[in-house]
Design a protein around this ligand. Structure first.
Ligand code: PLP
Length: 429
């Protein structure tokens, strides 16, 4: 498989863009390769500039749950764009998307649209601080909530991949109010909240940014309870898992209601959209209704709203979540079967997301994820890429399924995984 054009483009990019990319994990650094540059994407496939075709498990990091380049979504975007691509004034599509999300997630009274997941969690944190009049926030090691200062503390994803505990450029004073606990460690949270001076606990209800890591039985329930007892707000960061672990996200899967939830990725269907939503009395603290300031020149952009709205309409109409689960069921069972017969591999999956870990037992927190065999992951990534499958280029990432992935596609993954297991001599004697 030749990748000369990608290589040339990367060399050029390095001269004009720091590291040649606009988001670090795209550089393929953690797997020791050069990035591929993309020409186009359709359905479950993505094509690089050298004309190579890959079965895609990245799906633009989650949003493409309908597969890439859905016809209906495209048509809608074109219709809307012809009337103007930005107004800086309210437009009907914002109201429609807000109503759509509310109809799907009944615990949301009000929702504010922003332009990214980062903006969504930043706004949620400010809102929680303003509402509770407390400064401290609590997050979990390995959970990633975007790249703003308050939460870029021992975060997962790109940061953990590069082995940077935090990052230069963030004043120590800023993170002094950020407390961290290990994921699934409820006792740590109880201890941290006991002085009743923490504004909020923010958590990925299923972690996806250290690979897929599941909340243990009772963990989320425990968070809800200790937050209630201490007057702390509970924020579910559903930027990744929203519409992906269940059609109603964590609320649907675990029957737990957060005070605020943040969204991104699927909610924009591939356009830059984020959102924060939740209880009326908290949301009404946002300007101009309330005192907590938040704004955005391009927030609620009509083209982005149209893309998100059409995506969610199709998602609901075509029962997309269930359709994916119907195909995924056998696939998950087969991968588990392979893991049970091999050493050094384990598997976590929830809904339409999964991660294969190169570690004997499935990890339950960042410390355990860090024990994976990262060299083996790099070899796996390269082996799959050379055989026409694009995986997220890091052990710390989730793989995603779309409604376009077929049984045959997933059988190819199984076949290649089986070959890799043999190649690496991982079969149990
Ligand atoms: C991707 C992600 C974010 C950040 O979203 P951006 O759109 O990249 O700013 C925040 N939280 C979670 C859980 C995410 O997965």
């Amino acid at each position: 498989m030749r990748r000369d054009k990608s290589k040339n483009l990367f060399e050029k990019a390095l001269k004009s863009i720091p590291g040649g990319v606009d988001s670090p994990v795209r550089a393929f650094k953690s797997v020791g390769l050069n990035p591929i540059f993309i020409e186009k994407a359709e359905g479950q496939f993505i094509y690089d500039v050298d004309g190579n075709k890959y079965l895609d498990f990245v799906l633009t990091w989650g949003p493409a749950i309908l597969g890439h380049s859905n016809e209906e979504v495209f048509r809608e975007i074109k219709l809307v764009a012809e009337k103007g691509i930005s107004f800086g004034m309210p437009s009907p599509l914002e109201v429609q998307l807000a109503e759509k999300v509310k109809s799907m997630l009944p615990y949301i009274d009000k929702i504010r649209f922003v332009n990214s997941g980062t903006e969504a969690t930043m706004t949620a944190i400010r809102l929680a601080r303003g509402y509770t009049k407390r400064d401290k926030v609590l997050k979990f090691n390995g959970c990633y909530h975007g790249h703003h200062d308050a939460l870029l503390v021992q975060a997962g994803s790109g940061v953990a991949t590069f082995g940077i505990p935090s990052t230069p450029g963030i004043p120590e004073d800023t993170v002094k109010t950020t407390l961290t606990c290990e994921y699934n460690d409820l006792d740590c949270v109880k201890e941290a909240l006991k002085n009743k001076d923490v504004a909020c606990v923010i958590v990925e209800p299923v972690a996806g940014n250290m690979g897929v890591v599941k909340p243990e039985e009772g963990f989320l329930e425990g968070l809800r309870k200790v937050c209630d007892e201490t007057g702390t707000l509970l924020i579910f960061d559903e930027v990744m898992v929203g519409f992906r672990i269940h059609s109603q996200g964590a609320y649907g899967l675990f029957n737990i209601t957060p005070d605020l939830a943040t969204f991104g990725k699927v909610i924009g269907g591939g356009m830059p959209v984020g959102a924060v939503g939740g209880k009326k009395e908290i949301m009404d603290y946002l300007a101009p209704e309330g005192p907590v300031y938040q704004a955005g020149t391009l927030s609620g952009n009509p083209v982005a709203m149209a893309c998100g709205l059409k995506t969610l309409e199709i998602y609901e109409r075509d029962n997309v979540f269930q359709e994916i689960m119907n195909i995924a069921k056998d696939f998950y069972a087969e991968v588990e079967e392979i893991c049970s017969k091999t050493k050094g591999i384990s598997f976590n999956y929830v809904g339409t997301m999964f991660t294969l870990f190169f570690r004997d037992r499935a990890p339950k927190n960042l410390t355990e994820v860090n024990q994976c065999d990262f060299d083996r992951f790099s070899r796996f990534f390269k082996f799959m890429l050379d055989n026409g499958i694009l995986l997220p280029p890091s052990q710390y990432e989730a793989n995603f399924l779309s409604v376009k992935h077929t049984k045959a596609d997933l059988e190819l993954y199984i076949k290649l995984l089986t070959e890799f297991v043999k190649k690496e001599g991982l079969e149990e004697a």
